[in-house]
Design a protein around this ligand. Structure first.
Ligand SMILES: [Zn+2]
Length: 474
């Protein structure tokens, strides 16, 4: 009987021990890893996906173990981690947490997606712009840039959408983040109708030649013909010297009048030419020309290399460039080759400054110079023939301003030389100036004030201009 009790006791103890073990195992399996910030877990198997901003520091969060709501003391388990997160490169990274607690090993994976969630920074120099009513052209210069935290400078990817009253600039980075900015467009008022005379006013007509009626135009503010009839009245008797008036009427709208001067002289064309520059006073000459909107011809040299850039400026302002000489040394007349060498070097500079070679030139000292005689007999004739064969055209002058004669004339003398003698030129007046001279630079504005008042035409020299040639003396 006693033996039976012992057996029962033993079995009971074993059952109690098994129960305790089961309770313990069940309890331990209820342990859950959690991440405080995520507030998300799933009993022992936690697969987490988190987003991480590219180029921002990655701070890895500790995992904690919980039993129900109860946090298990950190001293009771050990966490090791594997994996890295490279926040400088977009991509998906994994960190694995291996937690050893009691007899158990719990593994949790965390997926970190390094993403770019920051839109590019789009900057535009204006908030609003004016648009020309007629041409629809935007008047301001719009400068924009797009810099992305991850892609860098992506300005070239900016797109512009033109709406009725705004321009919409957009940029999207490689991760699909978009920035948009709008620039408002202000339309000007529609300009009023225009009524203007075609051709010159006043018009100079040589006596006993035909007066050609060029009429007038009546357009809307954008230059579009409105189709209204213009009635022309008045006559010009070209057999009698005098001043005549031609009226143009648009019924009920406006009248304009042309002055026609029948005279013995043709309206002269004046060709202003400037030699030996560019130099220290060239800018002043250019400013005076700008003021009167007159275009001139510059026969350039490289005597003052630091002003070489002004050749480009002259060209860009619409003036004509010709070669004068690279060095302006008389040794260019030693031989044809010496001349060609000097000429080609200067024309190369012209090409560098303007983008193209010039086909016009002026001889140092003019084609009628006698200086060259002491260098080589007949050299100017030789050069003129060779250059003509090569397709170049040379120009002399028929009115000298006297600015480089002897010691050079004073500003007042230069002015009087030109304005008093210009009437004595033939139909074409090619005037010689030297733009490096301060006296000349000061004379141009008063000269232009007077000559424009007299109604002359101004032009630049080109292959179609009348060639004013001196007599070649060597
Ligand atoms: Zn010269």
């Amino acid at each position: 009987m006693k033996k039976k009790y012992v057996l029962i006791s033993l079995i009971s103890i074993i059952l109690i021990l098994i129960s305790i073990s089961i309770f313990y195992i069940v309890r331990i399996n209820k342990v859950k890893p959690t991440f405080a910030s995520l507030n998300k877990d799933s009993s022992g198997k936690v697969d987490l996906v988190v987003k991480q901003d590219v180029l921002s520091p990655y701070i890895d969060e500790d995992v904690t173990l919980k039993l129900g709501d109860k946090t298990i003391d950190k001293s009771k388990y050990k966490v090791t981690k594997t994996g890295i997160v490279d926040t400088s490169t977009l991509g998906t990274y994994e960190i694995e947490y291996i937690i050893k607690y009691s007899y158990r090993t719990i593994k949790v994976k965390k997926t970190i997606e390094v993403v770019d969630q920051t839109a590019p920074e789009l900057t535009i120099n204006v908030d609003e712009v004016d648009r020309d009513f007629c041409s629809k052209k935007i008047k301001q210069n719009i400068v924009y840039s797009a810099i992305d935290n991850y892609d860098g400078d992506i300005t070239s990817n900016v797109t512009v959408e033109e709406g009725e009253d705004k321009l919409i600039y957009s940029i999207t980075d490689s991760s699909g983040n978009t920035s948009t900015k709008e620039v408002n467009i202000n339309y000007g008022k529609k300009p009023g109708n225009k009524f203007y005379i075609n051709g010159a006013n006043p018009m100079h007509v040589i006596i006993n030649t035909e007066y050609q009626e060029k009429g007038a135009s009546y357009t809307d503010g954008c230059g579009k013909n409105i189709g209204k009839e213009i009635i022309t009245s008045g006559t010009v008797d070209t057999t009698v010297e005098g001043t005549y008036y031609i009226n143009y009427d648009v019924e009920g709208e406006a009248t304009i009048t042309r002055k026609v001067i029948v005279e013995h002289y043709a309206p002269k064309t004046i060709y202003l030419t400037f030699d030996d520059g560019p130099g220290a006073n060239t800018v002043k000459v250019l400013n005076a020309l700008d003021k009167y909107n007159v275009k001139a011809t510059f026969f350039v040299t490289n005597q003052f290399p630091r002003y070489q850039y002004l050749i480009a400026e002259e060209y860009n302002k619409g003036h004509k460039i010709g070669v004068h000489t690279l060095t302006h040394k008389w040794s260019v007349y030693d031989s044809l080759d010496a001349y060609l060498d000097d000429f080609n070097q200067m024309n190369e500079i012209v090409k560098n400054q303007t983008g193209s070679y010039t086909n016009i030139f002026r001889f140092p000292g003019g084609s009628g110079n006698t200086v060259s005689r002491s260098h080589k007999t007949g050299v100017v004739t030789e050069i003129a023939n060779e250059m003509t064969n090569r397709g170049y055209i040379y120009f002399d002058w028929n009115l000298s301003s006297g600015d480089a004669d002897g010691k050079g004339a004073s500003t007042d003398k230069i002015i009087s030389n030109v304005v008093n003698r210009v009437d004595k030129c033939s139909a074409h007046c090619v005037i010689l100036f030297h733009d490096y001279k301060p006296t000349t630079a000061n004379a141009i504005e008063p000269i232009l004030a007077e000559l424009t008042k007299r109604g002359y035409n101004f032009a630049t020299l080109n292959e179609n201009s009348p060639t004013v040639h001196a007599k070649i003396l060597n």
